[in-house]
Unconditional design. Structure first.
Length: 478
């Protein structure tokens, strides 16, 4: 009996070893292929846009009108400077809509005082159902004529964005996090695909960068620095991999599933037809884009989702482990909710490359990867305790995975160096490479655990966002 049990344990261990090996090879191959496609797409983009004069868009009467929507909840630390930054963006036909989502601090009072706001009569077109609006404010000072501030009952980010859509009067909507810092020409670059593509463009997104430890003056980024804290430096590497080596490739393949909630531009009519942001999911940005693309496929209307590799937006990343874990927990729940809501699309040829490639790979290598890694480690620990661990195989496999992870990150740093090179000093590059060597041991286990906890919270019905406390940006010293 004991020999039979030992045989079954040995066979089970061998089976799972081979299964994990195949799974790891699949992930590595997908990363390599996406990196190759991204490199080709990046080169093509830079060649095509090297002589673009964005001033032509700025002065063109055919440039589409844009409504910039920024939800704000307890943003008193940075709200005044951030709004000032938005008002000075290089785009003529634009309005800035700040939606105060029932803040408990003095966010609304700061806005009223800083921008000389007064409550106005406004006929609200409620095309999307939302929480009640308390009032709409505009500036008495003509210098702030682009600014519209909406005060509403708290309903969450998705509900605040839907209110902004109802209030907006322009053809395109650009949705951002109010604490983000945009490059002055970000709207010009993001609007360009809407003007030049043959197919209907329903959304465009751009590269997001980490602003931690960077110097900000009057809502403008004046000096780019590598973050002082390890946790923020690692997130720079994550963003390199995600945007430069991931989304660039998926956009080229016409399989992009996600426009970052930090900054994205959408065709307003399509957003309204799709029903606006879903306030029943914590991943409202991903879910909206998938729903919009699903609508286009089902109505057999050719469309495109574009991606701009230029660094257009700077945001503050979590600087403590608790906030990071809450963020990754939320990302996991949002991903799982979107995949379940649109599971009909998975492996369905009706939805083209989105159904046959993007969604299946997202299920296998984004949603399930942390679960496979976590339970695989538990299984190995059990084998080790029972004396059935194959240690030479374990160390060989670990070395392979670690080496690939470092190489993948170094290539992502190279992508940044060869594209827009925001970190120009050699010590910045060395700091990022050193961070990459430590990431698998310190940072990665935390994000895996947060993802596992996120799946558990999803099963148990947890819906909350969790508080995302911010430290604010460093100000330039005179």
């Amino acid at each position: 009996m004991m020999e039979l049990l030992q045989y079954y344990i040995s066979q089970t261990a061998t089976f799972f070893n081979h299964l994990i090996l195949v799974y790891a090879i699949g992930i590595c191959c997908s990363y390599i292929i996406l990196a190759m496609i991204s490199a080709w797409a990046m080169r093509k983009y830079k060649k095509r846009n090297s002589f673009t004069d964005y001033r032509a868009i700025l002065s063109s009467q055919f440039a589409p009108s844009v409504s910039l929507i920024a939800p704000a909840y307890n943003e008193s630390m940075t709200i005044v400077d951030n709004v000032r930054s938005l008002l000075t963006l290089h785009y003529n036909n634009c309005e800035v809509i700040i939606v105060n989502d029932g803040s408990k601090d003095n966010t609304m009072e700061l806005l009223i005082n800083a921008y000389e706001l007064e409550k106005v009569d406004f006929v609200l077109d409620n095309q999307i159902a939302t929480k009640p609006v308390r009032g709409i404010y505009k500036a008495k000072n003509p210098a702030y004529h682009k600014l519209v501030v909406v005060d509403k009952e708290n309903g969450g980010k998705a509900d605040a964005l839907n209110v902004g859509i109802n209030v907006s009067s322009n053809k395109l909507i650009a949705c951002i996090d109010v604490d983000c810092i945009l490059e002055p020409d970000s709207l010009l670059k993001l609007v360009k695909p809407f003007m030049e593509e043959e197919r209907k463009v329903i959304a465009t997104g751009g590269v997001i960068r980490i602003a931690n430890s960077c110097v900000v003056e009057d809502g403008r980024l004046v000096s780019v620095r590598v973050p002082d804290k390890f946790i923020a430096r690692v997130q720079i590497l994550e963003y390199f991999r995600a945007f430069l080596m991931g989304r660039m490739a998926w956009a080229h393949l016409d399989g992009l599933l996600l426009i970052s909630g930090a900054f994205g531009m959408f065709d307003k009519a399509t957003v309204i037809r799709a029903g606006g942001y879903n306030h029943n999911t914590v991943g409202e940005d991903m879910e909206l884009l998938v729903r919009m693309r699903r609508l286009m496929y089902e109505e057999k209307e050719p469309c495109k989702v574009a991606f701009i590799p230029d660094p257009l937006c700077w945001t503050e990343a979590p600087q403590t482990w608790d906030i990071l874990k809450r963020q990754r927990n939320r990302w996991t729940r949002g991903t799982a909710e979107t995949l379940m809501l649109h599971r009909k699309m998975i492996l369905n040829k009706r939805y083209g490359i989105l159904g046959l490639l993007s969604l299946p790979l997202w299920v296998l290598f984004e949603w399930l990867a942390p679960l496979v890694e976590f339970f695989g480690m538990i299984f190995f620990i059990c084998l080790a305790v029972l004396g059935y661990a194959n240690w030479p195989y374990f160390f060989s496999f670990f070395g392979l995975v670690y080496t690939f992870a470092i190489m993948n990150t170094v290539f992502a740093i190279l992508f940044e160096e060869r594209s827009y090179q925001q970190y120009k000093r050699r010590r910045h590059m060395l700091s990022l490479v050193g961070t990459a060597l430590l990431e698998p041991f310190i940072f990665h286990p935390v994000t895996v655990w947060a993802a596992v906890k996120g799946n558990y919270d999803l099963i148990t019905g947890k819906k909350s966002w969790g508080e995302m406390t911010r430290a604010g940006f460093a100000q330039k010293k005179n």
